[in-house]
Design a protein. Sequence first.
Length: 354
Amino acid sequence: MMDNAMSKVIQFLRLPLMVTIVMIHAYIKEYDISNPEIPYSFMGAVQYFFSNIVSQVAIPMFFCFSGYLFFAKMQRLDGQTYWNKLKSRFHSLFVPYVIWNLLYVFIYYVAQATSLMPVDLSGKHKLVVDYTLYDWLSVFWNIHGGLFPMDAPLWFIRDLMLAVLLAPLFYFCLTKLKYWFVFLLGALWFCGISGQVLSSATFFYFSLGAYYGIYKKSMIVSSKIGAVLLTVYALCMALEMYFYDGEYIAYFRRLCVIVGIYATLFLTDCLIRVKSWKISPFWSDSSFFIYAYHAVFLVMLQKCCFLFVSFQNEYGALCVYFFSVACAVCLGAVLNWLLKKMLPRVASVLLGER
């Protein structure tokens, strides 16, 4: 049985976490203060705070939620249960993953082959008409030798599908070793030890959520612990902002992420229970569409904006940063609503039957 409070928190956080993911990809590299060749600026500090600090818990929390939801409703993982889960994830993960990456190929093809789009999207991409078989396969894994598929944000779906395939291994290890297995993976992740196919971060966060799902525990801590975590997390964010270019910032950031996950869950639970906060289904139901479509839209919109705003104008660049995030989220919600109203079957396939 799934914990009711956890279910409400997960549902509530879908949109806020997706907004932070959009912030990550709206990052304007010309103001990246973590780059020693770029001078410190107010614009750089603000976008660093939102895109690198506030947003750093988003992907880890989605992996935790995925691990938790995979196991929360089952009593034990047998062959039939696993097969049913795979069939479900085939429709919710694999099908939209393939379609959205192919859609992105088509978008880049149009941008490269015509002048219909005023913004050139082809900058660092090989011409689609010159793709070899290897390139077409790379579209779904690491296009042009990079780390991401064609629709770059969908790397999360790619890694999640691999974690789902390995779910029986997670289940076996967690039932035999219990939380010690999570600690082991956490140690590997914290020390920066990772593989090329599936990162230690993916293993760790998915197993963390899976542990709570298997043992039917809630990730929401008590009020006393939660208050301490919120204070520590606020302090961690302040210190991370101050020491953004420190020698050991990567380790400190990993510590902040762990604290941030539990602090965010606790705060959200409080807002739901005490303040009765809710997010309209119009917004929360659009989270996957926003996630899948926003990358190419941000590129187009920011390039258009900088035709009218100079890169050297840092306050103008800051406006472009926030404006592009707001536009990507709002337009995504509207397009998601229109798609479901006008083409419900198409929407079901594109959105993984969500």
